[in-house]
Design a protein around this ligand. Structure first.
Ligand SMILES: C[S@@+](CC[C@H](N)C(=O)[O-])C[C@H]1O[C@@H](n2cnc3c(N)ncnc32)[C@H](O)[C@@H]1O
Length: 240
């Protein structure tokens, strides 16, 4: 049913990318703030091994993937002000940002490890800042701590190792919400064995035990038709 999607490696063609408007970042021909470290696989993710945006959206259509719309609706139902500063993490081609924009949100940034995906996201014109950064264990995200009111994700935590959640929490202000849509465990285990034995749920709970966040009442919520006619979950955690 759910398979790990295998994406063709593609190069990043800077000449086809959108021009910067920000004076301070003229060296960046994509209009996307790129953050690289000396870690070799990060360079690979940012330059040669990016996801193929066109292929991605075709495959999602075939899967009837509704995560972006579902998470945006649940997030909006929390009564969050439209001008809140929101980070769409693992934003891909911008489907979550676009769903939020349709709901009236005006201050959204995007971060993803793939420049190719972010170039497509930029075309959706729903983001203020777009950051290319490959999230990895024990590496801080390239934004200030507590600098976002809220964080939103869909289809992210089966790709980004969920043990990166503490770095993700650290960029959200105390009292902010981290909200994500994710598939059911049986489907996730098929993609990523790390989800077996309830390890993801246990990890989320362990961060509650460390007083990093708490569940908003009523979450996680079962949502219908996440993808492939299968239900999924929307989580909403309040950062402490
Ligand atoms: C399934 S897509 C989800 C995209 C978008 N949120 C959506 O719902 O359409 C997963 C995204 O995660 C990004 N990604 C995977 N691993 C990552 C990492 N370690 N750091 C940053 N982005 C990563 C990929 O580049 C891809 O765009």
């Amino acid at each position: 049913m759910f398979e790990k999607l295998n994406w063709k490696p593609v190069g990043v063609n800077c000449t086809s990318a959108v021009k910067m408007t920000d004076e301070s970042d003229k060296s960046n021909c994509t209009g996307i703030h790129q953050h690289t470290s000396h870690h070799s696989h990060e360079h690979v993710a940012l330059s040669h091994n990016s996801w193929n945006a066109e292929d991605y959206e075709k495959k999602l259509k075939a899967m009837n993937y509704n995560g972006p719309k579902l998470v945006a609706e649940q997030f909006d139902a929390l009564g969050i002000p439209n001008d809140s500063k929101i980070m769409d993490l693992a934003a891909g081609t911008g489907l979550v940002g676009s769903a939020l924009k349709d709901l009236g949100y005006t201050n959204i940034d995007a971060l993803d490890g793939s420049v190719e995906m972010l170039v497509a996201a930029k075309e959706r014109q729903c983001y203020q800042n777009i950051i290319a950064h490959f999230i990895e264990r024990d590496t801080k995200l390239p934004v200030d701590d507590h600098s976002y009111d809220h964080i939103i994700m869909s289809g992210a935590l089966c790709h980004i190792d969920f043990e990166n959640l503490p770095q993700i929490i650290s960029i959200c202000r105390p009292g902010g919400i981290i909200c994500w849509a994710i598939g059911q465990s049986e489907d996730l285990i098929r993609m990523e064995p790390k989800f077996s034995d309830g390890r993801f749920e246990k990890y989320v709970n362990s961060l509650c035990d460390q007083n990093l966040w708490e569940f908003l009442p009523g979450f996680p919520k079962n949502v219908e038709n996440f993808a492939m006619e299968r239900d999924g979950w929307v989580y909403a955690m309040k950062v402490l």
